[in-house]
Ligand binder design. Sequence first.
Ligand code: DUC
Ligand code: ZN
Ligand code: ZN
Length: 470
Amino acid sequence: MTALDLVITGGTVVTAADSYVADIGIRDGKIVAIGQDLQGDDRIDATGLMVMPGGIDAHVHLDQPTSDGTVMADDFASGTRSAAAGGNTTVLPFAMQVKGRSLRDCVQEYHQKADGKCHTDVSFHLVVTDPTPQVMGQELPALVRDGYTSFKVFMTYDDLVLDDRELLEVFDVARREKALVMVHAEGHDAIKFLTRKLEDEGKTAPFYHGQAHAQIAEREATHRAISHAQLIDVPIVIVHVSGREPMEQIQWARARGLKVHAETCPQYIALTADDLQGLNMDFNGAKYVCSPPPRDADSQAAIWQGLRDGTFDIFSSDHCPFRFDGPADTGKNNPRARTSFKWVPNGIPGVETRLPILFSEGVSKGRITPERFVALTATNPARLYGLYPRKGTIAIGGDADLTLWDPNLTRPIQQQGLNHGCDYTPYEGMQITGWPVRTLLGGRTIAQDGVPVGDAGGSYLSRGTSQAYG
Ligand code: DUC
Ligand code: ZN
Ligand code: ZN
């Protein structure tokens, strides 16, 4: 056998199926051997560490234009550097259609923003906001065949919302083309109604964002999306599920054999609605404004149960970074946002902290096993989004995308040590036990001890059909 380029020795290899101590041999960026006493040109001693598949963050927003001109805090360079430092080797950001424009043109623009700038591998989900006959009949089917095999639809936001008829049409195209639809399930009219009522009562602080985006509105939309998917007989993913009530709808669907998948995120286990109060109901609450918003302790407990029992397939960051201070067009703290919560940009940063939070709160505290951690953060995202088995596991023939974890390293999350473009973290001071200490993409180190290493060597990934289609 030709010599190995690199051997990772003595670590505990963790996959979604099992854990065992072994060496991993790498050649030309691929895993080519797993065994004992392997020899190679280079060696990384992983004794005492866990060796896991590199994290796949399947829900990330980078360099996305917004309707009010607010500029995101991360472009593809800073966002993927931050991802690498947090133990990720692949991220899936969105290429969002701007209403009135060709989806294909919008995708091309995202390629221009991303090409040559990425430190991890990347692949785009599409976002369909304007399902014209041209988009539905020509562009979307052609894009799916070109390897853009998933797309997101919104059930709220004035400039993004699709009505029920449009949702059904999009689901129908997805079924025909075997694409996976991701659904942002919040009821638009209920949110608009509650927002106006709260504003009329003078309740405009960021805290009231959480009341306007009521869990009932999320539950209703989740059920509606499930019903539409059942009608069309298409698999869907309900993304960023925040609490017990939408979760129960997903369980209802699963009990009937419907092909409904689900994602949850760090903010729903590590934050609650109280965080939106800031300091005595002040504007600091804006740092926690995201949609759906964090709920209560009961919902947190439900989400943990769902992470354990398989209700949730995947755990993604929903990294959607806006600065707090700084120029008005980059921040949550802008003059208009101070007049009402409804103008605060929706989204919080998290691509670098997703894995440490789940490891610490989940694995270190004994709520989930290391194998379940790998399933939620790498294997299932790869399976759902057409990247398996090249990505998402540790197996011969797969990409040598690996993250080495020190399960005993304890230190807090601090904005100071993060690599994202945001000027705060909602998780400031959170004590974490278990940190990624080295991230390798195709056998090349892209981050070490929380610091990105090397050039922008990530590739764009064309994807296959989701395993949701069997
Ligand atoms: N939906 C997302 O997926 N991310 C941020 C905001 C939102 O509404
Ligand atoms: Zn969303
Ligand atoms: Zn999102």
